[in-house]
Design a binder for this molecule. Structure first.
Ligand code: KMH
Ligand code: ZN
Length: 276
């Protein structure tokens, strides 16, 4: 089996220190956490930036500072969110693509997100995919619900995505596709041939979905953005314990963990991001 790529989603945009005191918030904290996770075995860091007040921001300057702080210490694959936070406008969300990070996330459709709606209509998808392609960045296609795979294939057929595609199957968001093995298998079966994929189980499903992906030959995303607990009733003391647990699981199943360089090869990324 291919080596296992571990992505860590460090902080997200929907959580605050009220949810967990272990959330990295300032650029310095996020950068330190990113490199601790890299040392622990994560090869991709999925980034959301925060402003001085700790609120989510897609400001290009804040992302520039955050990426520079990380790259001063360590060299993971940098994946910037274009999802931003619920309620942000399209142009606001798209800003950091101009930094030409190694990867950006691209959610492939609208979806209920608890009581809110994460708004990604087809026109926005075309606009985002066009900008991502023009900047030469590899998208990670975020799939929260089954119909989103069809939307991704539509973008592929429009020539806005370059195969092989990389998907992140996000299962267990309240209002979206539940995190079951059947749903995971169904999604994996519906991906275009030669695609790579990871799974992000939300909340208590993070561990079971990670184990399934290790066994199925997929890749794994963990981190506080998706799950703040280590086990029932016990907060994870940061992202590192969540990454370390996946490394231990992979070791038990004799699946080797990819370094960032090996992950770059698996994903077809250039050695170093251009333009930064
Ligand atoms: N914050 C969520 C609304 C992404 O990073 O691309 C969406 C999100 C997805 O976090
Ligand atoms: Zn995100």
């Amino acid at each position: 089996m291919e080596r296992l790529i571990i992505t860590v989603a460090l902080t997200g945009a929907e959580l605050s220190l009220k949810d967990t005191p272990y959330l990295p918030v300032t650029p310095e904290e996020i950068a330190r956490e990113a490199c601790s996770c890299y040392e622990a075995g994560a090869s991709i860091v999925h980034l959301h930036a925060r402003d001085n007040a700790g609120s989510p921001t897609q400001n290009i300057g804040v992302y520039r500072e955050l990426i520079a702080l990380i790259e001063r210490r360590c060299h993971p694959i940098i994946q910037v969110s274009t999802g931003g936070a619920i309620g942000m406008g399209a142009m606001e969300r798209l800003q950091p693509v101009e930094l030409k990070p190694d990867m950006v996330s691209l959610t492939c459709g609208s979806v209920n997100f608890g009581d809110a709606v994460f708004y990604n209509p087809s026109g926005l998808l075309v606009e985002f995919a066009t900008a991502i392609k023009e900047h030469g960045v590899k998208p990670e296609l975020e799939i929260f619900d089954a119909g989103m795979v069809a939307n991704a294939i539509d973008l592929l057929q429009k020539g806005l995505l370059s195969p092989p595609l990389h998907f992140d199957l996000v299962l267990g968001v309240p209002g979206a596709l539940p995190a079951t093995l059947k749903n995971l298998l169904f999604l994996v079966d519906s991906l275009p041939p030669d695609s790579t994929w990871s799974v992000a189980g939300i909340g208590r499903h993070q561990l079971s979905m990670a184990a399934a992906a290790i066994l199925l030959g997929g890749h794994v995303r963990v981190g506080l953005e998706d799950n703040i607990y280590y086990r029932k009733g016990e907060l994870a003391k940061g992202n590192v314990p969540l990454v370390e647990r996946v490394v231990r699981l992979a070791d038990e199943f004799e699946r080797e963990v990819a370094t960032a360089d090996q992950a770059r090869k698996i994903l077809g990324l250039k050695d170093q991001s251009p333009g930064r």
